[in-house]
Structure formats: C-alpha cells, structure tokens
Design a protein around this ligand. Structure first.
Ligand code: IMP
Length: 196
C-alpha cells in the first residue's frame, strides 16, 4: 500500500482521511509516526488553500512521499470573513476555543439573526512527489447563534447553526455533523477527485 503522510497530529483527522484514501489503496500515517516531529510549520498564508499547501509542501520536502494536509476555519459575513484563517487564534495567541466564541458573540451582539450568516470552510491539499496536486474545498453555510448551545464537537461548534437546521453543531452527534460539515464535504470532493 502506498503511504501518504498527513501533516497533522489529530487522531480524528487521521481516521477520516485514512478511510477515504484506504478506498484507493493508500494508507495514511501521521507525521509523528513517519518520524517528522521536530519542527512546527508556520501557517503564514492568507487563504485556507495557501495554508493547507504550506503544510503539505513542508512535509513533502522532507519525506519525498505523497502528503496531505487540511486547513479550516469559520468565515462570518458581517465581519468581512473574519476570523477566517485566524480562527484558531481569534482571541489571541494561547487563547481557548471558549475565548474565541465569547469574542465572536461579543462582536455580533445586537446583530439580527438574518445578518449573522457564516460558513465553515475546509480545504484539503494532496501533493505527490511528481508535482501533481489535488485541492478539495468543502463549505458548510449557516448562522452564528446568539448564545452557546450544546456540549458536543469542538471549536465554534456550540455557536454555529448549519443552514436548514435549528440546532447548533454542538447539539448534534458526530455522525449528524459529519454528514453535512465542511470537512465531510471536502473529503467527499477529495474522494471524487481521486476516482477521476
Ligand atoms: P485547523 O484547520 O486545525 O487549523 O483549525 C482551525 C480552527 O478552525 C480550529 O481551531 C477551530 O477554531 C475552527 N474550526 C475548524 N473546523 C471546525 C469545526 O468543525 N467546528 C468548530 N470549529 C472548527
């Protein structure tokens, strides 16, 4: 089986991406398991595409085997797309996901529901040593809630209500969320592209 190195240490992502690549005879190993754990890749890009490319390329340059990386975040329309690529550190270096949610709810205080539109974005970049590149983008549109709801998920899940639903991602099971999420969609797109 061809090995693909994932530029992430997240166990959930290893499983999700591994399930898709497995259908095409490839097996995913984390950068740690491949022995590349000595450096941190700086995410200096201004788009999800740039950042996922930077991460995949850094590992490709070292490992010389196919690599895959994802980058994701939340875009809020009335904030001109913020927090965007800064989603993880919106409330400052070292902040918690809760700090980010509190900051976002504060910025949107008094803004009516119909203007609280937002979307989660996930971009997966796969690079091959011969120069081939696959870029799969998935989006999940929705609204920012007026308060926290639900204990599930992570990050902005307790304040994000996907389009056509009343519950936040934080109130859904992992299966329900994955069926409609940005990452579910970028993975489905990657699967399509690998099949082509
Ligand atoms: P990264 O792609 O791992 O760099 O994640 C960027 C940040 O986007 C995370 O730290 C979260 O704040 C946010 N984010 C990305 N995907 C999700 C999601 O599915 N739910 C909630 N927050 C998310």
């Amino acid at each position: 089986m061809e090995k693909v190195v994932l530029a992430s240490r997240n166990k959930g992502k290893i499983k999700e991406i591994g399930d898709v690549l497995g259908k095409f005879g490839m097996t995913v190993v984390s950068r740690d398991d491949y022995g590349i754990d000595a450096f941190e890749v700086e995410e200096t890009g201004e788009t999800f595409e740039e950042n996922s490319y930077i991460k995949a390329k850094a590992i490709l340059d070292i490992a010389g085997v196919p690599t895959i990386a994802d980058d994701s975040g939340l875009e809020v329309d009335c904030l001109n797309g913020a927090p965007g690529v800064y989603s993880a550190r919106f409330a400052g270096e070292g902040c918690t996901p809760h700090d980010n949610n509190v900051k976002l709810l504060g910025l949107l205080k008094g803004i009516p529901y119909e203007e609280r539109t937002a979307r989660f974005v996930s971009v997966i970049t796969m690079l091959f040593p011969d120069g081939r590149k696959l870029v799969a983008r998935g989006e999940c549109p929705g609204h920012i809630a007026e308060d926290f709801r639900g204990e599930g998920g992570f990050g902005y899940d307790p304040i994000f209500i996907p389009e056509g639903r009343d519950e936040t991602f934080g109130e859904m099971s992992a299966e329900e969320k994955n069926a409609i999420s940005h990452r579910g969609r970028s993975l489905a797109r990657l699967e399509e592209m690998l099949g082509e």
